[in-house]
Design a protein around this ligand. Structure first.
Ligand code: UDP
Ligand code: MN
Length: 548
């Protein structure tokens, strides 16, 4: 009897030990060796830092990961713009070097909100996609991940979407047609149930402790939109290359809305664990409060495939009362590719310019002229309706782009220019415009319309008033005193001066007059009392202010 009791006690104690080992994850080697080898991922620690043990449920990586196709074997870069053979060779649960600054490791994080992870993918390689998902499960405390929502953007291989949901927490939604990453992410956001949304690309590997500092910052400052430092996963070798800790680069751009990394302003002094303000985010990887994302009107779903959405979101976050930050304690590896491996139905240049143009038109106010200067072809690209996006901006009462440039990104200087004024030349609610239905092109007054680029005039230091390569031109003989829009020629007939709200023609000393507003603007003797010669002109450009 005594012996039996001792046996019982021994049994209970060993059960307790087994339970503890199970939950701490240290028993996975046993599971792996004996009963369910395929369905558990071991809790091997990373090079520095512990990972979480993960059940893959009924998911079988062996049958999911397929042998490479013939075209992949011929050219492993062809289909994905990275070495897919190498990716296939690397374990889907590989350990990573912990790339954080050591001060990050000591920080305890408590009371964090949970997040929904959203990953849009289009024709992603199975191995990289699985590694993305597994890295999230391995390196995130389970209670912080509500769900992993994969949006299959109508990839050729629909099977991926049928197999992956066998992994606990993973859900796959397949688009009925190719939508592009912007509308796909918006779809994911609409399905998400957690307070915080975390977006990832489909070829990432999250590093130790990646999520906690992001969530911590959002809990502290709900309008902060936070990005990790992106480490580089090499496209050929798949080596995980740790981004240098100093200086931590931040996001910037040029007037053509091309993203670039740059060192933060020198005046800023940071502790290694402090968030850094960034003018824009790179795009693929960030966390945002769900209600803040919704309030900001999500992304502009009028944008297609890829590009520009990082600017749209960053500009509106800053201009509408939030901030975009890089949180250096959070590290995520991303495969940075040199080209898009997928087709754009409308061509990549067209699509990106169209998306960028929507951003410029809605958010950049008078600074959009610098965008057009850098990308002249953008003026010709139709860009769809933007009235709802403009309405959104009004409703949110967002600040101006001038405020953004002055306060958030003063390093971006307006291009050196000989422009003295830019904007509309108005009489009441009517604006100087061109009537392209005529040859030669005449100038007229039309109701002011912020969507009409032909109402935006640039008055140069030399005196020419130009729009889209055309200059206001008048000559008593050749134009019969009509004011026409002709190709700029450096000719005297194209030189104008401002005098007490009048636009005076240098050659004749006469004034621009709207006495026949429908037929066309004409030159007439200047009369200070004539309201048809009085113009409301844009404010002078103080940055390069020179008198006309
Ligand atoms: N993507 C998508 N639909 C598309 C294009 C891209 O869902 O039409 C996904 C893609 O699979 C990736 C993410 O959007 O997960 C970002 O695309 P990509 O990695 O090509 O952009 P990059 O990192 O080069 O900026
Ligand atoms: Mn990517």
């Amino acid at each position: 009897m005594k012996k039996y009791r001792r046996l019982c006690a021994l049994l209970i104690i060993s059960m307790i030990i087994l339970c503890v080992l199970h939950y701490s994850g240290d028993l996975q080697f046993l599971y792996k060796a004996f009963f369910i080898p395929k369905h558990w991922i071991s809790s091997d620690t990373d090079v520095d830092g512990k990972t979480h043990s993960v059940s893959l449920g009924s998911f079988d990586p062996g049958s999911y990961l397929q042998p490479p196709s013939i075209s992949d074997q011929k050219d492993p870069f062809l289909n994905h713009a990275f070495n897919v053979l190498k990716s296939n060779d690397i374990p889907f649960d590989r350990p990573l070097p912990d790339s954080r600054n050591k001060r990050c490791k000591a920080r305890p994080f408590t009371d964090l909100p949970a997040t929904s992870v959203i990953i849009a993918y289009y024709n992603e390689a199975r191995s990289t996609l699985l590694r993305t998902v597994v890295s999230v499960l391995r390196r995130t405390p389970p209670e912080l991940i509500k769900e992993i929502l994969l949006i299959d953007d109508f990839s050729d291989d629909a099977e991926v979407g049928r197999l992956l949901p066998e992994i606990p927490k993973v859900q796959v939604y397949r688009n009925k047609k190719r939508e592009g990453l912007i509308r796909s992410r918006v779809r994911g956001a609409g399905l998400a149930e957690s307070e915080v949304l975390t977006f990832l690309d489909s070829h990432c590997e999250v590093n130790v402790g990646w999520l906690e500092p992001l969530l911590y910052r959002i809990a502290e400052s709900p309008k902060a939109v936070v990005c990790p430092i992106l480490d580089v996963i090499n496209t050929s070798t798949f080596d995980y290359i740790v981004a240098p800790q100093t200086p931590v680069v931040v996001g910037g751009f040029d007037w053509g809305l091309n993203f670039k990394w740059e060192p933060p302003p020198q005046s800023m002094v940071f502790r290694p664990e402090d968030p850094r303000k960034t003018a824009v985010m790179a795009g693929g990887v960030f966390s945002i409060s769900r209600s803040w994302f919704n309030k900001l009107g999500k992304y502009d779903t009028g944008m297609d495939i890829w590009g520009g959405e990082n600017f749209e979101l960053s500009f509106k976050v800053w201009m509408c009362g939030g901030q975009v930050e890089i949180v250096p304690c959070s590290r995520v590896g991303h495969v940075f590719r040199k080209r898009h491996p997928y087709e754009f139905p409308d061509g990549d240049t067209n699509t990106v310019i169209r998306n960028s143009r929507r951003v410029a038109e809605v958010w950049m106010d008078e600074y959009k002229k610098y965008f057009y200067k850098k990308k002249p072809s953008a003026r010709m690209k139709p860009f769809g309706r933007i009235s709802n996006r403009k309405k959104l901006r009004n409703q949110l009462q967002c600040r101006s782009f001038a405020w953004y440039i002055n306060n958030v990104y003063p390093a971006l200087k307006p291009p050196v220019s000989d422009e003295v004024m830019y904007g509309r030349l108005k009489q009441g609610d009517l604006c100087l415009d061109v009537d392209t239905g005529h040859v030669p092109i005449i100038t007229i007054l039309r109701p002011c319309d912020t969507d009409r680029a032909s109402q935006e005039w640039s008055w140069k230091k030399r005196g020419d008033i130009t729009n889209n390569g055309l200059c206001l031109t008048a000559n008593p003989e050749t134009t019969h005193s009509y004011i026409l829009a002709k190709f700029c020629s450096q000719d005297e007939s194209q030189i104008w001066m401002e005098r007490k709200s009048q636009i005076v023609h240098n050659l004749t000393g006469q004034c621009v007059d709207a006495r026949k507003p429908d037929i066309g603007l004409v030159l007439a003797e200047c009369d200070p009392n004539n309201t048809q010669q009085k113009w409301i002109l844009p404010v002078k450009n103080h940055l390069h202010s020179r008198d006309l």
